[in-house]
Design a protein around this ligand. Structure first.
Ligand SMILES: [Zn+2]
Length: 270
């Protein structure tokens, strides 16, 4: 848990008279910027949006964010816009309550709480992707677990949890993670894993870098497609065992810059 979260909890629960009033006034104040981010990181964030679209992971919907390198309590994400159209000027800064620092009339994604609450719960996470990746949907609504079928998706070893928003909310919803409480519930379902499916909705994918979050998103979609094909052939399917998954993930992890540079070059050339 982050230092600031701990500090705030102490502050809100403290015995000082008037603390709650002060806290409310504080909550209504726009968060302070962590300062400009490295243009190279912004370029990577723009590229990540376009690559995810190029690879069929996102369409007009879905979003990707990166934690602000100067302040772990801030993250960067585009305004509400189709990922393929994102440019550097669309990137906004948020605090972990998912309040925009300087909205200037720009609309935010309704489901931005996915990002803020995962960054709060997972100090190890630097990038978050939320998508409606089509091939993963069947695995969120059936009893077939998504499992690593080949070495490129070895990071799925250890299990892929499924978030059921009806259970989290205690009632039927419009399926969107549109509150901090639902974002926290999703982060809880994700736990320490890199990927969680969202029943009847999509998936969330996290990593310690933007390229790795994009890589995992692409190969989660690919694994889901291949797994459905293998299952449709009939008969048992052989998955990577735990040791194979561990070894393959370690091996592939060192090569992610190769596809990333290719994807990025193509995405930014357009
Ligand atoms: Zn969504």
């Amino acid at each position: 848990m982050s230092t600031v979260t701990i500090d705030r909890r102490v502050f809100l629960c403290g015995p000082v008279a008037g603390a709650l009033v002060t806290a409310r006034a504080w909550a209504q104040t726009a968060p302070v910027s962590a300062g400009p981010a490295d243009p190279k990181l912004i370029e990577d964030l723009v590229a990540a949006n376009r690559v995810l679209a190029d690879q069929g992971v996102v369409d007009g919907y879905g979003h990707v964010s990166v934690r602000h390198p100067a302040d772990p309590q801030r993250y960067l994400m585009a305004r509400s816009i189709a990922p393929e159209m994102v440019t550097a000027g669309d990137v906004m800064e948020y605090d972990l309550d998912s309040n925009p620092v300087d909205p200037r009339g720009r609309a935010s994604y309704l489901e931005r709480f996915i990002h803020g609450e995962i960054y709060r719960a997972r100090p190890d996470v630097t990038a978050v992707v939320h998508n409606h990746s089509p091939s993963v949907i069947p695995f969120g609504v059936s009893t077939a677990p998504l499992r690593p079928l080949y070495h490129m998706s070895a990071f799925l070893g250890g299990g892929v949890p499924v978030f059921d928003i009806k259970i989290a909310a205690g009632q039927a919803t419009d399926m969107l993670v549109r509150t901090p409480a639902l974002g926290r519930a999703l982060a809880q379902t994700l736990g320490p894993r890199p990927v969680a499916l969202m029943r009847g909705h999509g998936a969330v994918v996290v990593a310690d870098s933007l390229p790795r979050a994009v890589f995992r998103s692409v190969y989660t979609e690919m694994n889901a497609r291949l797994q459905a094909q293998a299952m449709a052939l009939g008969g048992p399917v052989t998955y990577l065992d735990d040791e194979e998954a561990r070894r393959a993930e370690a091996s592939v992890a060192g090569t992610i810059s190769r596809p990333w540079e290719l994807w990025k070059k193509k995405a930014l050339a357009r």
